[in-house]
Design a binder for this molecule. Structure first.
Ligand code: MG
Ligand code: MG
Length: 255
């Protein structure tokens, strides 16, 4: 079921989203060569706790997962696309890290992700992150009343295709509100003019995941959570929670 939010609910979701944005900014600030993924999770936990926010990630166990998720962020490094569990792995020079974070505040959820490079960037990784950001920007630009979900999907897919990147097409964006995952599903590829009609008060998490090898194939690692590219190529994932409004897309997960 798709829930349309009131303007007061959008303002409340902005506060939940702000905590997510702040947590991701703090993680990015703390990340560096030698810093462990567990330490990054601790940084995000501190931001959530200080804001009085809960985590929709911690203890989350969707049908595909063998165990409840043990952290407040997903940390996916290099060939990991999404859903990486923060471990004791210490970041190395040139690593490409994608961090996904959620927050729950006053009964509302926010969900966002960033990708960045630790230390010396490889040009191909800079291009991959740039393409993923452009895919997100294109998806957000299509998130306006009168369009349909397929317009967002098509906008994202067109950027990924032009950049010759693959995508794990079983995963995509989603409605968000009281719960982190609500209807509708937002595929990262699709046909314009198709799907659920967009209107004021609909809130969506839009989240392109681009794989630089150009193939769509991925596999779940032994932990049952982490999705990795089959060809070993690097991946990036960037996400915002966005409200559709008559005044244009309102990004709710900026710091
Ligand atoms: Mg997310
Ligand atoms: Mg999401």
């Amino acid at each position: 079921m798709v829930e349309i939010k009131t303007d007061a609910a959008l303002d409340a979701m902005r506060e939940a989203g702000r905590v997510v944005g702040q947590a991701l900014a703090a993680v990015r600030e703390a990340a560096g060569v030698g810093v462990s993924l567990e330490e990054l999770d601790e940084v995000a936990r501190t931001v959530l706790t200080k804001a009085g926010a809960g985590s929709p990630f911690l203890g989350y166990q969707p049908s595909f997962a063998p165990t409840p998720f043990p952290a407040v962020i997903c940390a996916s490094v290099n060939d990991a696309v999404v859903h990486g569990i923060p471990t004791g792995y210490r970041l190395r020079d040139g690593d490409l890290v994608s961090v996904d974070c959620g927050a729950e505040l006053d009964g509302w959820a926010g969900d966002a992700a960033v990708s960045f490079i630790v230390g010396t960037p490889r040009p191909a990784d800079v291009d991959l992150i740039d393409a993923t950001q452009r895919a997100l920007d294109a998806g957000i630009a299509a998130a306006v009343p009168g369009n349909r979900v397929g317009d967002i999907s098509h906008a994202i897919g067109a950027v990924a295709k032009a950049a010759r990147c693959g995508m794990p097409t079983d995963f995509g964006g989603h409605g968000i509100g009281r719960r982190m995952h609500e209807d509708p599903h937002i595929p990262n590829r699709g046909r314009p003019g198709r799907g659920f009609p967009l209107r004021h008060g609909l809130v969506l998490a839009i989240e392109p995941m681009l794989m630089s090898g150009g193939h769509d194939d991925y596999y779940a690692a032994a932990d049952g959570w982490t999705l990795r590219t089959t060809d070993g190529s690097r991946a990036a994932h960037i996400e915002h929670t966005v409200a559709i409004t008559e005044d244009g897309p309102r990004i709710l997960t900026l710091p």
